[in-house]
Design a protein around this ligand. Structure first.
Ligand SMILES: [Zn+2]
Length: 391
């Protein structure tokens, strides 16, 4: 195995500003264990079902405005629109679902009143991102991406086949972001506060209206809230910019199962690529299966390709909504109301996260990690799918 030299990170032309956002990550407490085939391509034996814990983010602007980026799964998930609960009922794709708290409770536990939240961003319409906004006061706005209103309104019951509930947005102002010419790193960008502190990025492919967030955490560093641009960090890495090292030592946070240091060949075994690609191309691309969760897998793969340039930058930390590694590395709002992730660069979180996804991959063709949840849970108990969905 010979050394591979990384290509230099492509320029992103990140715009300058001195206005930063205080950024906090919260565990929404929604745990999912889902079939890979609808999210990841190809299916790697031993990783047919995979872990999806769910993060959201709280942004505090110097003006005092607070924005919640994504809202997790509603605690009473049996009260989603029938279009959604029917899918749970089939129990084909979701093999485990547990929600201990709504984001409303997570925020209140951290001493944040819901009335302080000026806006909630729905990165996209999927159930694990919209939560239950009927619990928030009418003063809370909802921010959505391009095409959202035309495609998803009205909600249920006005439209019996809608995925959203009318109660999710009734009485609230819904702001649909419209992107103009500004571009950052190949994506259309919208400067939300007009001061360079927080940009929405138009990142298409997964769902109509899917947006990422680009948060300035210091004058020269950013966190990219990746939402569901892809569903596994191993869809971004390794890359030609971040090739896998020949030997992985203790600094990468690998499980004790692996020898320390561990030769990279161990992780090449389950890599679906050719021998010369295993250290420079990701494990996965977007699912193009018949039931794919991606509305346009080709476009999603173009988006993922552009995200690799952000991933390559020392100045950007990408946080996908469902990356298990983040729960091990980031200090969460759940564990302390003052916990924030602005210091990610000096604390080395990006390096601590880079190869952690390898822990989730199969070992000798068997699942690497245990499921974070199995079966449907309600009020802290495992129940049958029928019981789980009873109103
Ligand atoms: Zn999701």
């Amino acid at each position: 195995m010979s050394p591979i030299s990384a290509l230099p990170a492509p320029p992103l032309s990140l715009p300058p500003s001195t206005v930063c956002i205080k950024l906090q990550a919260l565990n929404t407490t929604a745990s999912l264990y889902v079939k890979s085939t609808n999210f990841l391509h190809p299916t790697i034996p031993g990783h047919e079902i995979y872990n999806c814990p769910t993060l959201a983010f709280l942004l505090s602007h110097p003006s005092g405005q607070k924005i919640l980026f994504d809202a997790g799964v509603r605690k009473d998930y049996w009260n989603y629109a029938p279009l959604i609960t029917r899918r749970f009922g089939a129990a084909v794709n979701v093999k485990g679902l547990r929600v201990d708290k709504g984001v409303d409770e997570v925020l209140k536990d951290a001493g944040i009143e819901l009335g302080e939240v000026d806006a909630v961003v729905w990165s996209h319409w999927h159930f694990d991102h919209v939560g239950d906004l009927s619990l928030f006061p009418d003063s809370t706005k909802i921010i959505v991406g391009p095409g959202f209103k035309a495609n998803f309104l009205p909600g249920y019951p006005k439209n019996p086949e809608a995925s959203l509930l009318e109660s999710d947005y009734a009485g609230k102002e819904m702001v649909e972001i419209s992107f103009q010419e500004a571009m950052i790193g190949g994506f259309r960008a919208h400067d939300f506060f007009g001061d360079g502190s927080f940009y929405f990025l138009d990142v298409p492919g997964h769902a109509v209206g899917h947006m990422c967030g680009l948060v300035r955490t210091t004058e020269s560093s950013f966190v990219l809230l990746g939402a569901d641009a892809c569903h596994f960090a191993g869809a971004l890495r390794p890359s030609i910019y971040l090739p896998m090292p020949e030997v992985l030592d203790g600094r990468w946070g690998l499980d004790e199962y692996f020898k320390n240091p561990c030769p990279c060949e161990v992780f090449g075994e389950c890599h679906p690529g050719k021998e010369d690609e295993k250290r420079t191309s990701p494990y996965y691309t977007a699912s193009k299966a018949a039931g794919s969760a991606y509305v346009d897998p080709e476009v999603a793969n173009e988006s993922i390709q552009a995200l690799k340039a952000f991933d390559a930058s020392d100045d950007v930390l990408i946080c996908l909504a469902h990356d298990p590694g983040l729960f091990e590395v980031l200090p969460l709002l759940n564990d302390g109301p003052r916990n924030e992730i602005n210091g990610w660069k000096e604390k080395g979180y990006k390096e601590m996260l880079r190869w952690r996804f390898l822990n989730e991959l199969p070992r000798d063709g068997k699942p690497g990690r245990k499921p974070i949840v199995l079966g449907f849970w309600r009020d802290g108990k495992e129940v049958s799918a029928v019981e789980a969905l009873a109103k």
